[in-house]
Design a protein around this ligand. Structure first.
Ligand code: BT5
Length: 274
């Protein structure tokens, strides 16, 4: 049995530049329902942006549409970033692209030789399996804020995942190969926050470059995909993923030659008949 040292806010902060806005304050909870709920409460309390809330264990970790996020105690990084973007609310959807690109850059630093891939809209993959999920939630209006929740599987063994996830989910440890020692989660956390912080200002001044990077890291573009639930009128269909639009949504080409732009839904690679 390997002991995992608990997350320590000071140790994570010490791996970040002094000027870092993301992670200027770090909270580590032993257990909570969902770090997104805690960060949202801080948002309602008027706390400035940049605070990051980690929890060793989430009893109600969630994905989109209230799906369950498996948050095995002390094995991963389950955290939420509170943000107050100064730009127009209609462009806050950029945060999903920011988180995916920032996390992918961070994983590429801690896993040299393995290239992470972004699966639009909100997952980061390692070796063809989901290692990271991202959940963006926001409250508009005066005092509005966004919470970007990020779940990173770090030191899981394959058997740590529930059986139905074992073929689809992976961790940094599993991706790195059989003889790898568990990762120091403080270092991984600091590396991810460092990249998120470095990329944050670019969201406002040069989002096109962030999108270009998301496209270059995309595991969907150019491939045949199946989309469920993006359009109520047409719940499941196949298409070729073509490109990202200026606002971060996905342009797809249908078999009849037409194009569509989708901003959400469940995407899988390949044909649903296969
Ligand atoms: C996501 O949703 O992938 C967003 C997950 C965000 C989790 C973080 S943890 C910190 C913060 N606090 C929270 O409560 N949430 C955020 P979605 O695209 O809906 O994917 C959910 C699906 O991913 C599930 O239905 C499972 O199929 C799969 N899944 C669940 N747990 C997983 C895990 N640990 N690793 C990989 N896949 C998982």
């Amino acid at each position: 049995m390997i002991a995992f040292p608990p997350l320590d806010p000071e140790a994570i902060r010490s791996g970040l530049p002094h000027s870092s806005r993301i992670g200027r304050e770090i909270l580590v909870l032993e257990e909570t329902s969902s770090t997104n709920d805690i960060a949202a409460q801080l948002g309602r309390d008027g706390i400035p942006e940049g605070v990051v809330v980690f929890a060793e264990n989430q009893t109600a970790g969630r994905g989109r549409l209230q799906r369950k996020w498996e948050s095995l105690s002390h094995k991963g990084l389950w955290f939420s970033v509170l943000l107050r973007p100064s730009w127009d609310f209609s462009e806050w959807s950029r945060l999903a692209t920011w988180a995916a690109v920032g996390i992918a850059r961070g994983l590429d630093e801690v896993l040299p030789g393995i290239q992470s891939g972004i699966k639009w809209p909100n997952d980061v993959y390692l070796r063809g399996k989901k290692a990271v999920g991202i959940l963006c939630e926001s409250a508009a209006g005066p005092g509005g804020f966004a919470v970007v929740g990020i779940g990173v599987n770090v030191n899981h063994l394959r058997t740590d995942f529930p059986e139905e996830l074992q073929v689809r989910a992976t961790s940094l440890l599993e991706s790195a190969g059989p003889d790898t020692l568990p990762f120091d989660r403080q270092t991984v956390a600091a590396t991810l926050l460092k990249h998120l912080d470095a990329l944050y200002p670019t969201l406002e001044c040069d989002f096109a470059s962030v999108l270009a990077e998301a496209e270059s890291k995309s595991i969907l573009l150019g491939r045949r995909i199946t989309i469920r639930g993006a359009l109520e009128s047409d719940p499941t269909y196949e298409a070729i993923a073509e490109r990202l639009e200026p606002d971060g949504s996905l342009r797809i080409r249908l078999d009849n030659g037409g194009t569509r732009i989708v901003s959400g839904g469940e995407v899988s690679i390949g044909s649903f008949a296969s």
